[in-house]
Write a new protein. Structure first.
Length: 333
């Protein structure tokens, strides 16, 4: 199927008791209409959404934190009040940045996996420092232990020292994109080069490569149990690796660059890159069979991440507006 997409415009840190997936009833979220629901209103920055059951987790930076610590926030996936905000060192700021990124909850709700980023020892709080993949009790992120410290995975195309898109496959396995991150002293940020898709066996503390997934920038579970992914080698296509296969085939192709993909039933929702600067990026629903036309779900501001809400026809989108991001729920008609 060819991507023929026409851009049509659409009409602080506290600790609470340990949470469970069903103990709180959400309050009514802010609705723009039945299709668009704004979930967060943080003047700082909310990013890295993940969903387990009815629970949404994300990485949260609050404006009052001078140490730039990023916390793990929890709330109902379809909107409501925050269930918890857990921060390194609690409510008090210090002179070291501890950013908790990419949080994801195990299916049984007992474990968290996340990426810990320490501030750079030479330029503290200016550029990202070392990153570690951590597994911890769900209600005690600081009690976790690093299963993959910085610079310990060797990939065929280079070293892996950064971790993105963490997801639990089951209660003992965390899947993630591994890549090589390097500091950019001009932008005071990091560049990321994807090296592969990896599975971490938590109990054995061992890592294996997912065959056939080459240089992934985004991935999602395919309905057949395989993987759909976007490769940095050809970011205009969505590719498919079937279970047990080491060969990828083209699922969807076109001429526009895709940056994120998530499955919604047998369809996919993607972020389509617009002109330079990101102001024209779109969130688009696609039917891989081509039996239904593409639908633009969002245009305007800058979508940076999308994740499906299991068992629904909805996605949660991280939307950058100004200097910070917030999270929106998009119901798919």
């Amino acid at each position: 199927m060819i991507l023929g997409i026409i851009a049509v415009a659409m009409a602080g840190c506290t600790h609470t008791d340990p949470f469970s997936l069903d103990e709180r009833q959400p309050l009514e979220p802010f609705r723009v209409n039945d299709r668009l629901i704004r979930l967060t209103f943080n003047p700082g920055d909310d990013r890295d959404p993940s969903v387990q059951g009815a629970t949404l987790l994300f990485s949260r930076l609050e404006v009052h934190r001078s140490d730039l610590d990023r916390c793990i926030a929890i709330m109902p996936a379809r909107g409501g009040t925050l269930s918890d905000v857990m921060c390194a060192g609690g409510s008090f700021t210090d002179d070291t940045t501890h950013a908790w990124l990419q949080p994801t909850l195990s299916p049984d709700g007992t474990q968290l996996a996340y990426v810990l980023e320490w501030s750079d020892p030479i330029l503290p709080n200016l550029i990202p420092g070392r990153r570690f993949l951590v597994v911890a009790p769900a209600d005690q992120p600081e009690a976790g232990y690093s299963l993959i410290p910085n610079r310990v995975i060797s990939a065929p195309s280079g070293v892996v020292n950064d971790f993105r898109d963490l997801r639990w496959l089951d209660n003992g396995t965390v899947r993630f994109i591994g890549g090589e991150g390097s500091a950019n002293l001009i932008s005071l940020d990091t560049t990321f080069t994807p090296r592969g898709l990896f599975d971490l066996d938590v109990a054995a503390r061992s890592v294996s490569t997912v065959a056939g997934v080459t240089s992934p920038v985004s991935y999602t579970a395919a309905p057949d149990g395989g993987v759909w992914f976007i490769s940095s080698i050809d970011p205009t296509s969505i590719r498919h690796v079937a279970p047990g296969s080491s060969v990828s085939t083209v699922l969807v192709t076109g001429v526009e660059v895709l940056t994120h993909v998530t499955a919604v039933g047998s369809a996919v929702v993607v972020i389509v890159e617009g002109p330079a600067g990101g102001s024209g990026d779109r969130v688009v629903w696609l039917d891989p069979t081509g039996s239904e036309p593409a639908r633009v779900l969002w245009i305007g501001d800058t979508p940076r991440h999308v994740v499906g809400v299991p068992g629904t026809r909805a996605v949660i989108a991280e939307i950058l507006r100004g200097n910070g991001s917030n999270l929106w729920l998009i119901n798919i008609p």
